[in-house]
Ligand binder design. Structure first.
Ligand SMILES: Nc1nc2c(c(=O)[nH]1)N(C=O)[C@@H](CNc1ccc(C(=O)N[C@@H](CCC(=O)O)C(=O)O)cc1)CN2
Ligand SMILES: Nc1nc2c(ncn2[C@@H]2O[C@H](COP(=O)(O)OP(=O)(O)OP(=O)(O)O)[C@@H](O)[C@H]2O)c(=O)[nH]1
Ligand SMILES: [Mg+2]
Length: 444
């Protein structure tokens, strides 16, 4: 691995952070990593325990003099490079009292460590080549994961699935580049045409794989950030009643007065293991009330920008025009029967009052959530950063394919190589590291 191991030989100063939450609990884990961790651990706990084993130790401000007994703790000593960061590091499993934590933090500072920046442990793991950039992002996503789909996707990425895909492309491109160089050195008259054809074939195949990866329906990004389902339709349809049912709480005001909801109201739920945000909107109608009109404008914005639209209308009023791509749901079947279709499209009948049809609607929403996020084949990309770099790589490969002169192809291939290298963090990423690791929580 070339240059993300650039800091390999620089020993970084010791940093510490609480790895567990700051609230009161049974145990608090203080992590320390960096050059001199051995010295700090000796200061606090005496003789170094056996590596990577849990050992019981008294913790002191100054263990040599048995000065200031701070706590009784479990200690794990992990000398580099076989540690999470790749550096000498240790963990103190303390009693989780706030006075203990602050006394131990003071002792660590006195022994020469400083508090870690957000994401600094994982950033060091990256700098020492223990994880690539996609794996580090996967670790951050793993901590943020609130749903099964997010957890599985983040774990696969943290374990290197996405990075392996990108490294495979980079390796193949490296091979193409090497052949390309050889081709340039060939005298024109001896240029074997089948060699050049094979080379172009490999570039095209690589580009096709990248295009296929990009055309994933954004499912990885959708799983990560969650889907947005909006509920739209005429006033008094029961949109807010449906939102409350999905939220399992009184999130929105429900009333028999048409035009009750004016603002958009969002609630987040988990459907079939997928994070879904439902947006309740103002009833769609012509209105002279400027506030309600703004509500209708916002409703239309959500209709256009959400992943899925549920169009709800009441059975006892004139039927609306179907919105494009919407799931048509007719409510209040306790008052009048639902039509089987509207403008030739199927309609689902429900009554939020009696519960009729609600389980079927729930199943339908779950299957939509799955349809929008499931896929097969290699792992999907999960961030705009991945999309931008893969797009750049593909654009360069396409430019290379369109060039007649091998000499000019080389430059585009090198640009594609750089774009792929940025994905795993092998090249040109200094400028984005602060952004990526700054989003981690402290202690990770
Ligand atoms: N107590 C504790 N639990 C934890 C972590 C930790 O740092 N400490 N982790 C932190 O995120 C996660 C687990 N990830 C880890 C990844 C690598 C290594 C590590 O030390 N690897 C070495 C040694 C492996 C071995 O002993 O077999 C290596 O790979 O060389 C530890 C934890 C979750 N649980
Ligand atoms: N009979 C009957 N009444 C219902 C049903 N669902 C909701 N309602 C009633 O219909 C009225 C309107 O419900 P809301 O949920 O406020 O309707 P809305 O679509 O949010 O209305 P706006 O916010 O004005 O656009 C309320 O009085 C509800 O109690 C149903 O299935 N049957
Ligand atoms: Mg409403």
């Amino acid at each position: 691995m070339p240059s993300n191991a650039s800091a390999h030989h620089h020993a970084l100063p010791p940093v510490f952070a609480l790895a567990t939450g700051s609230g009161r609990g049974a145990i608090a884990i203080m992590r320390v990593s960096g050059a001199g961790s051995d010295h700090i651990l000796r200061n606090l706990a005496g003789q170094l325990p056996a590596p990577r084993r849990a050992s019981f130790r008294k913790i002191w401000r100054n263990a040599a003099q048995q000065e200031d007994h701070l706590d009784d703790a479990v200690v794990i000593w992990s000398p580099g490079p076989n540690s999470y960061t790749g550096e000498d590091s240790f963990e103190l499993h303390l009693h989780a009292g706030p006075a203990i934590i602050s006394a131990v933090a003071d002792a660590l500072v006195a022994a020469g460590a400083r508090p870690a920046e957000p994401g600094e442990f994982t950033r060091r793991a990256f700098m020492h080549g223990r994880v690539d950039l996609t794996e580090a992002e996967g670790i951050a996503d793993l901590i943020e994961a609130e749903t099964e789909a997010q957890r599985k996707q983040a774990l696969a990425q943290a374990d290197g699935a996405l990075g392996a895909l990108y490294k495979n492309w980079a390796n193949r491109l490296r091979g193409v580049l090497a052949q390309q160089e050889a081709l340039i050195d060939f005298p024109d008259e001896e240029l074997p045409p089948e060699v050049e054809a094979a080379l172009l074939g490999e570039i095209a195949a690589l580009n096709n794989e990248i295009r296929h990866h990009l055309a994933d329906g954004e499912r990885g990004e959708r799983i990560r950030r969650g889907l947005v389902f909006s509920i739209a339709g005429p006033p008094n349809a029961g949109k807010s009643s449906l939102l409350n049912l999905l939220a399992e709480r009184d999130a929105a005001i429900v009333s028999p007065i048409a035009g009750t909801t004016r603002d958009t109201i969002e609630i987040t739920t988990i459907l079939a293991g997928v994070k879904v945000t439902f947006v309740d909107t103002a009833g769609l109608r012509e209105t002279s009330d400027p506030i309600e009109a703004e509500g209708v404008r916002r409703a239309m914005f959500h209709v256009e920008h959400s992943d899925f639209v549920l169009q709800l209308f009441p059975s006892d009023q004139p039927y609306p025009e179907p919105l494009p791509h919407a799931l048509l749901v007719c409510n209040k079947t306790d008052l009048a029967p639902a039509p089987a279709t509207l403008s030739l499209q199927p309609v689902l009948g429900i009554s939020l009052q009696t519960g009729d049809g609600v389980p079927e609607l729930r199943k339908r929403l779950e299957s939509e959530a799955l349809k929008l996020t499931q896929g097969s084949g290699p792992p999907p990309l999960t961030r705009a950063r991945h999309r931008a770099a893969a797009e750049a790589a593909s654009a360069s490969l396409e430019a290379a394919l369109s060039m007649d002169w091998p000499e000019m192809r080389g430059e585009e291939l090198r640009l594609a190589m750089r774009a792929l290298g940025r994905l795993t963090g092998e090249v040109g990423v200094e400028d984005i590291l602060d952004t990526i690791f700054g989003q981690f929580c402290i202690g990770k």
